[in-house]
Structures are given as C-alpha cells and as structure tokens.
Design a protein around this ligand. Structure first.
Ligand SMILES: [Zn+2]
Length: 457
C-alpha cells in the first residue's frame, strides 16, 4: 500500500526523468528484458526464442554484432544469421569470412543450440578473454542456427532416430537440394536452399561447417566459384583432390573434442553423437564437449595455408585473379579487395597466379604449420600485341625483367621458358631489334604465301 502511495505521489515530470534515465543508461536489448534471455541457457529454444536470443545479443553487443536474415523458409520464417566481428556489416580487406550453419535437417537440433551458446560465449567474452577478442577482431564469423525452422516445428524432443521434421515444409530434404554436379538438380530449388546459395555467393567464405544432428559436415574452401560454375548452381559439399586438407581440418575438430578422436578413422562427416533430438539435459554436455572444437575450427582460417593480396603495379587490388595450387582442380579467385585465402596442409607447393591481360606468375611456396603464410603478389599488365613492331619491344622486355614477380621473400619464382627467353634476349644487345625484323619478315612471308595461294586457287 505504501509503495502504491509513492507511485501516485510521483509527478509526471519526475516519471519522465526516470524513464529518460532508463532509456539513456540501459542498453536497449537489456532494457527489453534480455537479462531473462541472456545468458543463453543450455536448453531447447523454439523459433521465437531463437530469434529473441539473437536480437538480444545484437542489441547488447552492437559494436561486434549484426543480425540479418538471408531469406525466408517455405512457410515464410526468416533465416536469421548473427554476424560477429569488430565493425560488422561488410567484408573488410584481409579479414577472413567464416560460417557455421546448423539445423538444416529440422529434427537435428544439437547444432542449433550449440550455435546459440557459441554466439553468447563469443560476445560475452569479447574484451575479457584475449583469444576471443583476437578472434572477433580478426575474423568475420557468421552463425546461422537454423536453416530449417519449419522442419524444427514438426520435430519432437527425445526423438533420436526418426525422420519426423527432417524435411522442409514442402517435404524436401534440404541437404539433397543443392545442385549436385553428378546427379544434377533432383528437386526444385527450395527457398531455404536458394537463400543459402545466394548468401554464399555474396561473401567470400574461406571455411565453413554444417552442424547436423550428431554429425559435423565440413565445407571447404571458398564458396566463391567461377562464373561458369555459378551459372549451373553450386554444390555445397565440395569433394576434391584436396583430401589432405579435409583430413587435417576434420582432425583439428576431432582432436579438440574429448572423445571423438578415439575413433578409428577420420572422415569428412564426424560423429559427435547419435541422437538427433536429445532431451534438453544433454545440451550442456554437448556444449562442453564441442566448445573448444568449435573455436579451434574457426582458428583454422588463420593457421592454415596461404593468404594475402594480389595487386597491380600501382598497388590497386585486383579482383578475380586466379590462384591454382600444383595441379589441384580447385581454383580460388581474389575478392573485390584483392584478398585471398587458400587452406593447405604444411608442405611445399607451386602456385600459379593468373589474370586476363596480366602476366602469369609461378612460384614455390612453403606452408608452415600453425600460421598461414602471407603472400602479397604484384601482377604486371601484358602489353597489347599491336605494340609489337612499333619499336616498343625492347622497352617491354626491359620492363618485364625489371618488374620480376613481386612476392614475399620466402618464395622464389620459377623461371618459365619464355622468361628464360627474355633473359637471354636482355643479355645479347640488339636482339630485340633483330627479333622485330624477324617479326616483320614473318609478316612479309605470310603475305607472300597468301598471295601465292590465292593465285593458285
Ligand atoms: Zn542431417
């Protein structure tokens, strides 16, 4: 009664003052009662709660998060992604993009809860744990806790084995819905699949993983494919000659997991458990068993392979330069900032960098364990063919030799046959003009042959 009296006594002016104070000094998310939502509980969260948690995290940590939707499910639910990085919102040159995707099969819910817990763990430890602060400062992490919110709604807690809730609301297995290079397109592309495909074309993801119910599927590397592949659609699971790196990244995850590495073999799909929708009490043990592995796996974008920039001679970034490692089929391309990443196991490789209208560069590169090798490469523009025969050739040759392949000092270029030709030409004075004469002679002889043939015809 006394408190009621107090409330009545409070003047409207006073009330406005206190309301103002509340708005000014409480972060918006917390003012909305996010303290009831955060910290994230190790439990099952329905689609509304999942969205509320992501909203609360985005509101509580606005400097390192951004909440966005990549599209909608068949039934029109948003597919929410929480981006976690310092200065979120867009790709930063040199900062690798990483993603975790979960709950593609609606009834496989462990990954969905692990990603909510991971999001909270990362955000709440920014500025507290050095390792986490550094990871968030240097990596753009995207978390999609549920790719199949419709399927989730028809699944049931405690159902370890059935397929109830596995498919989207249109009855399609989303895991089999991505265009497959071998089987083609089995079903019409579903809205969830289309959303994920356009998402992975928008960002130059370096590494990602799909968390299935009780399993982890590794995707690597760039989902940034050449145009000709983009036209026919993209397969999300990449199987390739890059088996060595698959084994390595799978191993990193499993070794960081307390029991997983005790199995007999490593495969791309790792068994983390066997129940698709375990009772809520099991979420906490799952989280503690996987937390370190989830973090170590993100670390891989900094600790494995090669990374760097491709520039032109004026230090402008070159987009779309191709990088090929030895004879591996997978080509990667630089993003619009000229940056690239290529995951590789430690060892020696020959890399070839090419771009239309630029001279190719081949070089030997050593990949060390524990730290990605940084490569900054300058490409030199080719001169057009028309400049030949106009007295510019010797200048071209000198320039080509002066440029050399600019690269990190720990690599040495492989001199290819035509580089050797240039070298020998530089060493003999006047060769360029002799070659020019030869070229002119060649043109003259060609004309003569054509003339003779036309007379014969
Ligand atoms: Zn699955």
């Amino acid at each position: 009664m006394r408190s009621k009296k107090k409330k009545i006594k409070m003047s409207p002016r006073c009330l406005t003052f206190w309301l103002g104070m509340l708005i000014n000094f409480c972060p918006i998310g917390q003012a909305r009662g996010s303290s009831a939502i955060l910290p994230v509980q190790a439990a099952h969260h329905n689609n509304t709660a999942l969205h509320q948690i992501l909203e609360a995290l985005a509101a509580s940590y606005p400097k390192i998060t951004r909440l966005y939707s990549i599209g909608k499910s068949y039934q029109g639910k948003d597919l929410w992604v929480l981006e976690i990085t310092r200065n979120p919102g867009k790709h930063t040159a040199g900062k690798p993009e990483f993603k975790y995707l979960a709950n593609m099969h609606g009834n496989e819910v462990v990954g969905r809860e692990l990603l909510l817990l991971l999001a909270d763990f990362l955000c709440s430890n920014y500025g507290r744990i050095n390792r986490i602060t550094k990871l968030i400062d240097t990596t753009r992490i995207h978390l999609l806790p549920s790719m199949n919110p419709d399927g989730w709604e028809s699944s049931k807690e405690g159902d370890c084995t059935s397929i109830r809730g596995r498919f989207n609301a249109n009855g399609v297995d989303l895991n089999r819905n991505f265009p497959d290079p071998y089987d083609g397109q089995r079903n019409e592309l579903q809205p969830e699949t289309r959303a994920v495909m356009s998402w992975i074309h928008q960002e130059p993801f370096v590494l990602s993983a799909n968390l299935h119910g009780g399993t982890l599927v590794v995707n690597y590397p760039f989902d940034n494919l050449p145009k000709e592949l983009k036209k026919v659609g993209e397969r999300i699971y990449y199987s390739s000659p890059d088996d060595d790196i698959f084994v390595k990244i799978a191993k990193v995850y499993s070794m960081a997991h307390p029991t997983m590495h005790k199995g007999n073999c490593f495969e791309i799909t790792l068994e983390l458990g066997c129940c698709k929708y375990p009772p809520a009490m099991y979420i906490k043990p799952y989280w503690y068993a996987n937390r370190e592995a989830l973090l170590k796996y993100i670390d891989l974008v900094h600790t494995t392979g090669i990374r760097g920039f491709i520039f032109d001679r004026k230090r402008r970034p070159l987009e779309g330069a191709k990088i090929v490692i030895d004879c591996r089929a997978k080509k990667i391309k630089t993003s619009k900032d000229g940056d690239f990443w290529r995951l590789l196991v430690p060892g020696n490789y020959t890399i070839r960098v090419s771009k239309r209208k630029y001279r190719n560069i081949n070089m030997r590169v050593t990949v060390n364990p524990d730290q990605a090798t940084v490569l900054n490469i300058t490409l030199t523009r080719k001169r057009s063919f028309s400049s030949f025969g106009k007295g510019r050739m010797s200048a071209n040759l000198t320039q080509a030799l002066d440029d050399g392949p600019a690269a990190n000092l720990s690599f040495h270029p492989i001199v290819r046959s035509h580089d050797k030709l240039r070298l020998s030409m530089k060493n003999s004075k006047g060769t360029a003009s002799r070659l020019k004469n030869l070229f002119c002679d060649y043109r003259f002889i060609s004309c003569l042959i054509i003339f003779c043939l036309s007379r014969l015809g």
